[in-house]
Write a protein that binds this ligand. Structure first.
Ligand SMILES: C[S@@+](CC[C@H](N)C(=O)[O-])C[C@H]1O[C@@H](n2cnc3c(N)ncnc32)[C@H](O)[C@@H]1O
Length: 279
């Protein structure tokens, strides 16, 4: 960082805030309302300190230009949250294991297609893989494929790598840790790496949910949890209905428990909180 950067170089005018928030909204649907101004200012200041720009104005001009595309993505990554964990909102995995998958399998289905949309660092699709293996394991020949997508290339690299600190894998029981993870030591830290029996079921791809999707499904299960919370209602409604078109009849949609379809026009059947079926 330039030693000459002052507090006023880091200040963010209302106009600049609107410029940045509009660009982020148009790129990935994240709705940065007025209450997020402090967050945006802090993240801009952080990016500025890590670069050669001498003030916010110069930085914004670059990040929003065609040549600053990479920097713009880093800015979006620093503003959006990637918080996730193994077996997060466990009731969804319990519902899959105890209700949805047994019914699907007993109907004679032997191929299962799942989409984790907004998969972050991979804990969600790996948990889905564990749940599917544990439930469909007895059905030899059951073909399982999980598509895991995110708008952040950086977070997808971490997901593909599948390496987690010891405390991150605590939600897995000892048998699951033994069956699906390999312990390792990296730079003196105990970590766990995902084994190929999980990895081989998942394809990690870049996908911005706001853009065209290069597939139409049908998926049996779509998880899009804790992603729409950052979108406004019209964006949520559009997305929810696009998911509907990608689901097979009888397919399952899980959203985050702090998200809601209230006030959204949709055709799903409510099953449990944050759990919906396509009739
Ligand atoms: C809080 S994480 C949720 C992770 C996981 N689904 C869970 O519930 O634990 C939100 C993720 O959504 C991704 N995301 C945000 N906007 C997106 C968009 N327009 N398209 C695809 N992914 C997006 C972010 O990059 C982030 O990794």
């Amino acid at each position: 960082m330039s030693p000459f950067i002052t507090e006023s170089d880091l200040s963010l005018t209302e106009e600049q805030f609107i410029q940045v928030s509009n660009a982020i909204y148009n790129h990935c649907g994240i709705n940065l309302h007025d209450g997020k101004k402090t967050l945006v200012r802090a993240r801009l200041a952080k990016r500025l300190r890590q670069s050669d720009f001498s003030n916010v104005s110069e930085y914004i001009d670059f990040a929003l230009s065609a040549e600053g595309n990479k920097e713009f993505h880093s800015l979006v990554d620093s503003i959006s949250t990637n918080l996730t964990s193994f077996f997060r909102e466990k009731v969804h995995f319990d519902y899959l294991k105890n209700n949805f998958l047994p019914q699907l399998l007993s109907s004679g289905k032997n191929s299962i297609r799942v989409w984790s949309a907004g998969c972050s660092s991979g804990e969600e699709p790996y948990t889905l893989a564990i749940t599917l293996l544990e439930t469909c394991g007895d059905y030899s020949g059951c073909d399982i494929k999980i598509l895991a997508t995110d708008v952040s290339r950086e977070i997808l690299d971490r997901a593909r790598h599948g390496t987690y600190e010891k405390k991150k894998v605590a939600p897995l029981n000892p048998q699951q840790r033994q069956q699906y993870l390999v312990p390792n030591v990296i730079e003196g830290h105990k970590v766990y790496q995902v084994k190929n029996n999980l990895r081989n079921l998942i394809r990690f791809n870049y996908l911005n949910l706001m853009e065209q999707w290069p597939f139409r499904g049908p998926f049996d299960v779509i998880f899009c949890r804790n992603v729409m919370i950052y979108f406004d209602k019209p964006t949520q409604e559009k997305l929810i209905n696009r998911f509907y078109d990608c689901l097979a009849p009888g397919g399952l949609l899980c959203i985050g428990h702090s998200e809601s379809l209230t006030g959204i026009n949709h055709k799903y059947r409510y099953v449990l909180p944050a759990t919906y079926l396509k009739p």
